[in-house]
Design a protein around this ligand. Structure first.
Ligand code: TRP
Length: 340
């Protein structure tokens, strides 16, 4: 029996933070240990190009994110780990799918509508300002990523579910018009995926500027943790664990037992400074080896490049023959005597 195919795209923008680690990187790497699934993980640099048009930064970001995932334990021998732009077949499929996608479907894309709305709110005359065709057609590229590798399941955040539905729509249209070659994907959203709270008590997010970057040097990590907002309760006064960011972040890294112990300490009135120190020790203890490996990888670009090239080779072993089948189906084939 062939294994179920699970595929995830990793956006190559920004510096990964603890929220990304807890909410996406750690669960994805854990899931990749399941031997009953074949996992594809790729660095979505074609997607990144929509936002990032600085060549140096684009390259840098891809390198950093690749090193991050490898450092956190993604095993490139067990999964297919590749850079999207190394697979030209994805681009070719994108065009085939573009010609099967109605413009009306793209008009309904949340990301596009959000841009239009933002322009409206800012009182812009041209509501399409800043909307490139790249942004507009983003869902088609994403459909190609998924359909290229016959993915059955696509783990995504809630904001991406619409894109998977669009991929299904487009695939159905292709299958109906040509022949049943594309596999319809399903989205999976992890209901218990943790959302981490940031320094200011809101969701940890790049856009709120309240993150703790994943691979800060030890001293800086400690400094960031000390900056987490708390209340003015004194040592000895009982503290509410459930409304505390310090506790919430602690819990995301702690075992069940450690969490219970910390909860007790909160009830007993642990001083904020002490709680933060314990949080630092816990997080640092878990990230230390990863950080070391990350630094080692960042010093060895040739190795990271080699891993990605090997990943591309594995991916293309699938995409090259498949695109040939698809080309055939749409009529890109050798000219020969027309059949009657
Ligand atoms: N758009 C996704 C995000 O912003 C990243 C992505 C690109 C992706 N291609 C994909 C995710 C294919 C799943 C499948 O998170």
């Amino acid at each position: 029996m062939s294994r179920e195919v699970v595929l995830t795209g990793i956006t190559t923008t920004g510096t990964p933070h603890l929220g990304n680690y807890v909410g996406a990187i750690r669960p994805a790497i854990e899931a990749s240990h399941n031997e009953y699934v074949l996992s594809y993980y790729f660095l979505a640099d074609y997607h990144a190009l929509i936002k990032n048009q600085n060549p140096k930064l684009l390259q840098q970001s891809t390198f950093e994110i690749a090193a991050t995932w490898l450092a956190c334990g993604l095993d490139p021998d067990k999964v297919v780990f590749y850079r999207q732009s190394d697979i030209p077949e994805i681009m070719e499929l994108t065009w085939m799918l573009t010609c099967m996608s109605s413009k009306g479907l793209m008009n309904r894309s949340h990301a596009y509508k959000a841009m239009i709305q933002a322009n409206e709110e800012r009182g812009k005359k041209d509501l399409e300002e800043g909307v490139t065709m790249g942004l507009f057609c983003y869902p088609i590229l994403m459909a190609a990523d998924i359909l290229m590798f016959k993915a059955n399941k696509v783990p995504v955040g809630k904001d991406q579910i619409q894109h998977i539905e669009m991929a299904r729509d487009i695939a159905q249209k292709f299958n109906h018009h040509y022949c049943e070659l594309l596999i319809l994907p399903e989205s999976v959203t992890d209901k218990k995926a943790s959302v981490l709270t940031g320094l200011d008590g809101r969701k940890m997010s790049k856009s709120y500027n309240n993150t703790i970057p994943l691979f800060l040097p030890e001293k800086k990590l400690r400094k960031h943790i000390m900056k987490i907002v708390t209340n003015s309760l004194e040592p000895g006064q009982p503290k509410d664990a459930d409304t505390s960011t310090v506790f919430q972040v602690y819990q995301a890294f702690a075992s069940e037992d450690e969490t219970q112990e910390m909860r007790k300490k909160f009830e007993e009135g642990i001083a904020w400074g002490v709680a933060k120190q314990e949080l630092f020790e816990l997080v640092n203890g878990q990230l230390k080896d990863f950080r070391e490996e990350y630094n080692r990888l960042m010093d060895d670009p040739a190795y990271v490049e080699k891993v990605l090239m090997q990943g591309a080779e594995k991916a293309r072993a699938v995409s090259v023959p498949y695109i040939k089948q698809l080309r055939d189906a749409i009529g890109f084939k050798k000219i020969e005597r027309l059949s009657e």
